[in-house]
Structure formats: C-alpha cells, structure tokens
Design a protein around this ligand. Structure first.
Ligand code: LLP
Length: 428
C-alpha cells in the first residue's frame, strides 16, 4: 500500500476525508487516524496467524496510543490489549474492554495498580520481579483469588532495527535475568506461591525491528529456559517490536513473512527441548497504529539562513511529537493540498517550542509552502499522542478518527484554560 492516498484533485486524503478539510474543521495541530488502516493492521496479524500450525494471539501494546476510542476499535477487531499503568487500565475499563483479554506489563507496578488489576479482573499480569510477585501473591490470596501470570525475563537478546545482539547477561531494568539464574529461581517460586497461577514466560527484545532472527533467538532462549526449569509453559509471549515504514529508509517485513518464519523456528526449538509447543503471544504496538496516524500542522513563520537552510515553522512540534528530538526519528512531510506537486523547496520543519532541537523533519523536499498551508507528517500514530507533553504550556492537540469519509473527535483538544485548571494558588 502506498504511504498515503490522494483524491482526484490530488489532495491528501485520510480515511476518505481531505486532510485540509480536517485541519479547517478541527484546527491544528491535530492527530488524525485513518481507522481502516488500524483495522487492516490488526487483521494482518489475524490472517497471518490463521494459516499457522501453532496458536498465536496478538495483544495491542496500548502504550503506542492509548485512548478509549482506540481500545474500542481494538475490541471490535478482536485484538487483546497489553497495558502498562493504572491509567491505561482505567482507559480500558472506560472503553468497556473485556478485561479478561488484557495483560499488564511494567517493572514497578504500584500496590494501587496491582489492586486495580485484581479489582478489574485483568486477565494476565506479567510479573517483572520478586517484589511484585510477593505482593501480588499476598493481594490475590487475601481476596481468595488466583491470578494468572507470566514471568518477564531478560534473555540477553536485544534487537535494534537491523541487527540483534546476544549477550550473556542483559543490562536491562526489566524482568528476571536468565544468565544468572534469576529466571530459573522465579519459575520455581511462582509455581509454589499461593494466589498465583503461572501460565508462561514473557520477553521483549526491542522496537522497530525489521528481521525475524532476533525473535527466533528469543524463542529459542525462552524454550531452553523452560526446559532447564522442567517447566512446560502454556504461553510464550515474545513481546512486540515489529518495524514500520517512516521513510524510504525503512523496509518492514510483511506480517505474514514474519510469522511464517517464526513458526518453524518455534516448532524446532520445542521439538529439540521435548516440549509441547505453547501458545505464542505477541504484543505489537507501533505496527498497529503507527502507519494509520498523521499529524496536521499549519505553516507559520519562516527563516532563511542564507546558504545554509530554510526553517519553516509549524504550530506544533516536540510537545506533540518528541520522537525526532529523543530518537533522531525521521518522518515524511507532505503539503496536504498538493502532496504530489513538483517539489521545488527544501525546508526544515521547525516546531514552536523554545528549543533548537525542536525540529520535526530536516531538509525535506516540498512544493512551495505558504503561511496558512496545512502540512501533514506521516506515520505519527505510535508514540506521538501517547508521549505528548505540555512543554511550554502548549495544550495537547485533539485526536480525530476518520473512516469511510466521516470523521469524529475522539480526544478533545486541551485548552489554555484546561492547563490552568489544575493549578492552585500558593498562600505562604
Ligand atoms: N511489549 C513490551 C513489553 C514493550 O516494552 C513494548 C514497547 C511493546 C510491547 C511494543 O513495542 P512496539 O511493537 O510498539 O515496537 N517510545 C519508543 C518506543 C518504546 C517502546 C517501548 N516498549 C518510540 O517512540 O520509538
């Protein structure tokens, strides 16, 4: 599929609605999701799973973009949810999500969060460490309940985009270390503790990954760990991390290619360990929502630094998309009214925050851009809204869902008044 769609007039379309119309109707900066692309992404996993000889299931990693409306779309497409905070749990509850179909990750879950998880009937808690395991056992036993869990382990594999590295020990804040025996001990302990039903093992090797090799190594490690513990897991959860296209530099694998390669590797690893193949869970976040999201901005002032570059400022920036500043992330930018017009300008798209590093995209080729024009940044659907901040007291943008030519607001725009509403006077 092309990275974007245009109508007969050559205008950028999102969910069947011209992007310029969305900008006009809802104001900018604006996050817009093409909902059908979210649905297609979820279905691409389901379709890839359907042809496999082993059971897979996908939990959407909510951290990529967590709102009530998103969770409702996930529910309607039959995805499960992986949650990481009391806020995300509360969002799932408000969305009416079937909590049995959720999991709860995180390296420092508070008492309140664990109690909320138990209160809400959350399906599987992915336990990260002994402090959590012991508290959860106590909280569940106190209620006369038994909580399904997976244990998060760090197998010493980390994958970054085009390569994975395997180290003896993982220098990571997450999970039980495999190399030093912590994971083995945790499996034994979890099987003994009251209030706990150990169902399997979880790991996560990284994000924006383009190759299957790291997942294969991960699966092999987890199977070997279970075998060493004389433990037959019902579930092995390989985490998320499936890469997407931001610019032409990125070459993601189709979901089916990933899964088709993973299945035989898992089967072999289990056969070699004399183990029944467990159910395989995945936690894709970015690949579900990233490509579906656009951020619309209005072009404002411009500065030409002669012989160096031209800065075209926009009405948003690092407050709504921290990824370029934080990870040097690259994005495609389009002139919404005529994305395919001849590109005669090279512009650096600068945010409005008071910080030189607030650059959304450097030296991008664009048709002539004038103040008031709508610019669209592509593939901002993951870790954009969810990592938005109030830096410089710029309110967070609205989120709009567009589908089949219709659009609606799913997160209201914050106002200046909203910002001060939480402030209290200080009377010394
Ligand atoms: N499962 C676990 C346990 C994770 O830690 C993550 C992401 C995922 C699943 C989902 O990974 P995904 O499929 O979205 O790659 N803020 C960064 C990404 C941080 C990812 C953290 N964990 C970014 O904007 O690139």
């Amino acid at each position: 599929m092309s990275a974007y769609q245009t109508n007969d007039q050559g205008e950028l379309m999102i969910g069947g609605v011209p992007a310029t119309q969305l900008a006009q109707q809802y104001g900018t900066p604006l996050y817009v999701y093409d909902v059908s692309r979210i649905r297609e992404a979820i279905q691409s996993y389901k379709q890839a799973f359907a042809t496999q000889a082993i059971n897979y299931s996908a939990s959407y990693a909510a951290k990529a973009f967590a709102t009530v409306a998103m969770f409702q779309v996930a529910a309607s497409e039959g995805a499960h949810l992986d949650l990481v905070s009391g806020g995300e749990i509360t969002t799932a509850l408000k969305a009416g999500f079937n909590m049995q179909h959720t999991s709860f990750n995180g390296n420092n879950k508070t008492d309140e969060e664990l109690q909320l998880a138990l209160d809400s009937g959350l399906g599987t808690i992915i336990v990260d460490n002994d402090y959590e395991l012991e508290r959860l056992s106590r909280f569940a036993s106190d209620r006369g309940a038994t909580q399904d869990i997976l244990l998060r382990v760090t197998p010493g594999i980390s994958a970054h985009t085009h390569a994975y590295i395997m180290t003896g020990q993982a220098d990571s804040k997450f999970g039980y270390d495999v190399a030093s025996g912590q994971a083995l001990a945790a499996i034994a302990k979890a099987q003994q503790l009251p209030g706990i039903n150990l169902r399997g093992i979880h790991a996560h090797i990284g994000s924006q990954i383009f190759e299957v090799a790291g997942y294969v190594a991960e699966a092999q490690k987890l199977v070997a760990l279970a075998a060493e513990a004389h433990y037959q897991p019902e579930i092995i959860d390989l985490g998320g991390g499936f890469g997407i296209r931001y610019t032409d530099d990125d070459k993601p694998l189709p979901t089916t290619t990933f899964i088709d390669a993973l299945t035989p590797a898992i089967q072999e690893a289990c056969a070699a360990a004399n183990m029944t193949v467990p159910d395989i869970w995945l936690e894709p976040g970015r690949s579900i929502v990233g490509p579906a999201g656009y951020t619309l901005y209005t072009a404002g002032s411009r500065k030409v630094v002669p012989g160096i570059r031209t800065y075209q400022s926009i009405d948003g920036g690092m407050g709504d998309n921290i990824r370029p500043a934080l990870y040097q992330a690259k994005y495609d930018v389009l002139l919404a009214s005529q994305p395919d017009a001849p590109k005669s300008e090279t512009l650096t798209i600068a945010g409005k925050n008071c910080e030189s590093g607030d650059i959304i995209a450097k030296d991008v080729a664009l048709p002539p851009v004038h103040p008031g024009d709508t610019l669209a940044v592509l593939a901002t659907g993951a870790y954009g809204y969810s990592m938005a901040s109030l830096y410089n007291r710029n309110p967070r943008p609205a989120v709009v869902f567009a589908e089949n030519g219709k659009s609606s607001v799913v997160v209201r725009r914050e106002t200046w008044q909203d910002l001060v509403d939480h402030d209290l006077d200080y009377d010394a």
